[in-house]
Design a binder for this molecule. Structure first.
Ligand SMILES: [Zn+2]
Length: 363
């Protein structure tokens, strides 16, 4: 299943224009699911820090963008007919240059390939025999640096069962930064990527629409549960995933009536989504749900700790609009094939000793 329209991300497109593009597609029945991404307040919070007063206008801008979406949907009488989900994939913590850990202080950086993605570092020793010695050099090197061998990575990270996971994985404590060397460090004031059990790393979740209960607040749930939720709303069969509709169906008006199968829980990435429930209740990113009306309050958003704001707006129209979809279809944007981010693909592109990179990674 592929999107009808897609386009290369352009951070220069004004937020309201992004909203307008999606609303236009909905207004003429071209789509039944629209996804919007906003790079704020993430971008500014990296520079200013999430607690900075300079974040206030950024939060206001995001809040106004949500307001613009509501206004535009109301204009075409769709606001009460679409389901809207606004959420993020991470939180944000304050950092400073006074809390830095540099790998070069403890290991020879030429001994391995390193993907240092502050506050994490993934380390591939040049030779397997060196793995233990490199680990030994790092494991007690700094009180705020936590280092794992592959097999010891905590299960809560779900970071073991993929060939991209390195032999050595390192992460620093909240508010600390981890860089390869002094010359690679950036002057950041905010960062994310820490232990996913930290409250500062938790995103928020807001939903509104005919499928959702009103003024309903529920316990935190996992980020991965959103996928089966959206699949359910769209009426499509989910691909194998780690999410569970059972964990989130109570937010739906029909929630109690939804019956899912009772297959055994699994932690693998090949488990059927409608039946999977992770064994650890606090696994992965946990979301804190609030009602959409609260999104219009700046204070409420600030109270959420300036969670980094990927706005994932999933909307679907009434059946009639879905049926009209093809007759109103606009010329498609250029389809962009998904780039090969596999270890093999990158090695082929960049040579055997090049660092791995993720083309879609951004801060
Ligand atoms: Zn970021």
């Amino acid at each position: 299943m592929y999107p009808t329209y897609t386009g290369r991300y352009d951070g220069d497109i004004p937020f309201n224009d992004r909203v307008d593009r999606i609303v236009t597609l909905f207004s003429n029945g071209s789509i039944n699911l629209g996804l919007l991404y906003f790079n704020e307040p993430d971008h500014s919070a990296h520079s200013y820090g999430p607690e900075s007063p300079l974040m206030l206008p950024v939060i206001k801008k995001c809040d106004k963008t949500v307001g613009h979406l509501i206004e535009e949907l109301e204009k075409i009488d769709l606001f009460d007919k679409v389901n809207i989900v606004i959420t993020s994939d991470h939180g944000m913590a304050e950092v400073s240059k006074n809390k830095m850990v540099f790998l070069e202080d403890y290991i020879d950086l030429t001994c391995c390939r390193i993907l240092a993605n502050n506050p994490l570092a993934m380390i591939w020793p040049n030779n397997d025999e060196e793995t233990q010695s490199i680990y030994d050099s790092l494991v007690n090197a700094h009180p705020n640096l936590v280092v794992y061998l592959h097999d010891d990575i905590p299960k809560q990270y779900h970071y073991q069962d993929n060939k991209r996971i390195p032999p050595i994985f390192a992460v620093v404590d909240e508010n600390w930064q981890l860089e390869e060397g002094k010359n690679t460090s950036r002057n950041l004031r905010g960062q994310h990527g820490y232990n996913n059990s930290l409250l500062s790393m938790h995103p928020f979740f807001i939903a509104h629409g005919p499928a959702f209960k009103e003024d309903y607040k529920m316990k935190p749930f996992r980020n991965v549960d959103i996928y089966p939720l959206l699949c359910h709303l769209l009426g499509v069969e989910p691909s194998p995933n780690n999410g569970s509709l059972d964990e989130v169906k109570m937010m739906l008006k029909e929630g109690e009536a939804i019956v899912t199968s009772t297959a055994a829980p699994s932690e693998t990435t090949t488990s059927p989504s409608k039946t999977t429930k992770a064994a650890h209740p606090h696994d992965m990113v946990t979301l804190t749900p609030i009602h959409i009306k609260e999104s219009l309050s700046i204070n409420a958003l600030i109270g959420l700790g300036v969670a980094c704001f990927i706005a994932l707006i999933a909307t679907f129209l009434l059946v009639a609009m879905c049926i009209k979809q093809r007759s109103y279809r606009q010329p498609a944007y250029e389809y962009m094939p998904i780039e090969d981010t596999s270890v093999e693909g990158q090695a082929a592109l960049r040579g055997p000793h090049a660092s791995y990179f993720y083309p879609n990674t951004k801060i």
